[in-house]
Design a protein around this ligand. Structure first.
Ligand code: SAM
Length: 346
């Protein structure tokens, strides 16, 4: 069963009758997006950990791998599992985002003070300007933090740099020997979880200034600062200069669900997808893919890629929307799990 995020459900309840909401949910549920493990008679205990998530593997009738994620309780029974496959998880997010923006923009909700207040609680004013804080992404099976931690654990990375910290939601989750974070906003760095086993440095700086003065190399760099194409391009170019040979760059917000969410000034994702798209069309010496989860999580490593070549290529949302899978080299969560399993057996 699909359960929409509370915020969306509340909005739908304000705007539509209960019968309409039931109809929409019925429609969405006709396509089974999540299945429970009960569909299998036998169950394998084959599993792997990525960040906070544990993924269990089973096989369908044709012998193909199927992954579930779950949390084992004290009795070692799997209490909560969801079936993962492309593009279903992201489809839920896209449906929710589309509904959210549709309601916000097309129904002139701003004119209604009560609803306008409600939306304002979702907008955070920072030193840099207004920034959308989207409702929590509970439908994301695999988060950016799980992916980053997965790389750190698999490749035994020792140094981590995060560009853009906000409330340190991700930074605090990451476990790595040396952690460096930068953010020019007057964020409360006191919220940083200190650990005796980690060396942590935080800088109130813009990324351009930080990189100008920096002379350290990093194993993994997470770029999630100012969500604007040109700034993001500088962040990637600078990160490549300070990335160890077998290092990894992770980018966030590469798969906006709606043209409004990628508009600049940034609503939620901004137009950082353009930076990634440009590199896909020009940089053969990089390996690049986007994992279709948590707003689109990009991975850049030194390697070899077939560059994306299309004479009609243009940096417009319309083009992106039609060609996003190939342009961004989008892979499913399942593809990514398989890739990580292969890298650990190397
Ligand atoms: C989307 S939030 C970061 C979220 C965080 N990485 C996470 O995953 O929880 C973006 C942050 O980037 C910061 N920022 C804006 N411009 C920046 C810049 N030029 N350099 C570094 N950080 C910047 C903002 O202040 C904001 O806190």
């Amino acid at each position: 069963m699909i359960t929409l995020r509370n915020e969306i459900r509340d909005l739908l309840a304000i705007m539509l009758s209960k019968a309409d909401v039931a109809l929409i949910l019925d429609y969405l549920n006709r396509k089974p997006i999540f299945q429970s493990r009960d569909v299998f008679e036998t169950w394998s205990d084959d599993s792997m950990q990525l960040g906070d998530r544990r993924f269990y593997r089973n096989q369908d009738e044709s012998g193909n791998s199927i992954y579930f994620y779950g949390i084992k309780d004290v009795d070692e029974t799997v209490e909560f599992l969801k079936y993962i496959d492309y593009p279903d998880d992201e489809a839920v997010t896209l449906i929710e985002d589309s509904l959210f923006f549709f309601l916000y923009y097309n129904l002139s909700l701003k004119k209604d003070p009560e609803i306008s207040d409600y939306f304002n609680t979702l907008i955070k004013k920072s030193d840099i300007g207004e920034e959308w804080i989207m409702p929590s992404r509970s439908s994301s099976v695999l988060s950016r933090s799980d992916i980053i931690q997965g790389f750190i654990d698999r490749f035994e990375y020792k140094s981590y740099l995060e560009v853009g910290l906000a409330r340190l939601e991700n930074f605090n989750k990451i476990r790595c020997k040396n952690k460096v974070g930068i953010d020019p906003a007057k964020n409360d760095f006191n919220k940083c979880n200190l650990s005796q086993r980690e060396k942590i440095d935080l800088f109130h700086q813009k990324s351009d200034d930080f990189f100008r003065e920096n002379n350290e190399m990093y194993d993994i760099i997470f770029i999630d600062g100012f969500h604007e194409h040109q700034q993001c391009r500088r962040d990637v170019e600078n990160s490549l200069k300070f990335l160890n040979t077998s290092g990894t760059i992770i980018m966030h917000d590469l798969n906006p669900g709606h043209f409004i969410s990628q508009k600049f000034p940034p609503k939620s994702n901004g137009d950082v997808w353009k930076t990634f798209a440009e590199l896909r069309t020009t940089r053969q010496e990089l390996e690049m893919f986007t994992i279709c989860t948590d707003q689109g999580v990009g991975v850049i490593r030194r390697g070899d890629q077939t560059i994306y070549a299309d004479p009609d290529f243009e940096l417009s949302y319309e083009y992106f929307d039609k060609n996003r899978v190939k342009l961004m080299n989008m892979i499913s969560i399942k593809d990514f799990l398989e890739m990580m399993e292969m890298s650990s057996s190397d």
